[in-house]
Design a protein around this ligand. Structure first.
Ligand code: HEC
Length: 255
């Protein structure tokens, strides 16, 4: 009895705790249609590549993605040669060498994406004290995932609702917890020129970069989905075989 009471109490406490935790999160972002969600989901390769372009040309000025290595980009459909050429555009710090000194060299496919700032303090100093967090796992670490990222990027308002007092250097955003964010609207129409000719509207860029961030946070999603499909198929066939066996075994037995 006591254990039962304890159990109920702890379940309640957990529930309340989770309620409190989710209350700190902003409003629930509307769910968009994504080809990669759902049981058979696969990423849209063209959107992934456009999304990488948006990250590279816009977000990477402030946000690192330390978990991602250049060679991971083969997962969005780039060839090994394309990845090597891309990596070479960057310099990375390596070492120490025989003299004990760090040195710069062109990045290679096995290197992580370089960070825009050497450390958190430098990042904050350049952003009015706010920290542009690492985006590698953002689509997993925020409620709503890629829906939240999309809502955030398209959720800026020039004029906050009457009565809302906006802090200095802050921007009003419908979807950020507390509604004021230190990141100015990073996207405006034609901010990038897409290699595939897709018109670069704010919504398109937001959707593409959100797709890219969803992939970065779950690069194995497709493998998991296709394993899931195989398992279901296997179970389906197994059920059929077992049923046939059962019929055979019971054929001559009255039941
Ligand atoms: C000029 C610098 C800058 C650029 C460019 C920039 N950001 Fe930010 N971003 C910031 C800063 C600073 C914060 C922290 C804001 C805060 O805490 O108020 C932030 C926060 C965020 C957050 C976190 C919101 C949260 O829930 O904590 C996301 C997601 C984000 N940025 C995505 C992006 C994406 C995607 C791009 C590219 C399209 C981008 N940012 C471009 C500076 C930038």
């Amino acid at each position: 009895m006591r254990t039962a009471k304890l159990l109920i109490a702890s379940v309640l406490a957990l529930g309340l705790g989770m309620g409190a935790a989710s209350a700190a999160v902003g409003p629930k972002a509307p769910v968009q249609e994504w080809p990669h969600t759902g049981f058979f989901g696969t990423f849209d390769r063209a959107a992934l590549q456009r999304g990488y372009q948006v990250y590279k040309e816009v977000c990477a000025a402030c946000h690192a993605m330390k978990q991602i290595r250049f060679r991971n980009l083969e997962g969005i459909g780039l060839s090994a040669a394309e990845v090597a050429a891309l990596a070479k555009e960057y310099e990375t710090t390596d070492g120490p060498n025989d003299e004990g000194e760090m040195f710069k060299r062109p990045a290679r496919a096995a290197d992580r994406f370089p960070s825009p700032f050497p450390n958190e303090l430098a990042a904050r100093a350049a952003n009015g004290g706010a920290y542009p967090l690492d985006l590698s796992l953002i689509a997993k670490n925020r409620a709503g995932g890629e829906n939240y990222v999309y809502a955030l990027l398209t959720g800026y308002r020039d004029n906050p609702p009457p009565g809302f007092v906006l802090g200095d250097g802050m921007y009003y955003n419908d979807w950020f917890a507390g509604h004021q964010i230190a990141m100015g609207p990073p996207l405006m129409a034609d901010r990038v020129t897409y290699a595939d000719g897709t018109p670069a509207t704010v919504e398109r860029m937001a959707k593409d970069v959100s797709t890219f961030l969803a992939w970065a946070a779950s690069p194995h999603l497709e493998a998991r989905n296709s394993l899931g499909v195989k398992v279901m198929l296997f179970l389906f066939i197994l059920t059929g075989l077992l049923y046939a066996t059962k019929r055979k075994v019971w054929r001559n037995i009255k039941h």
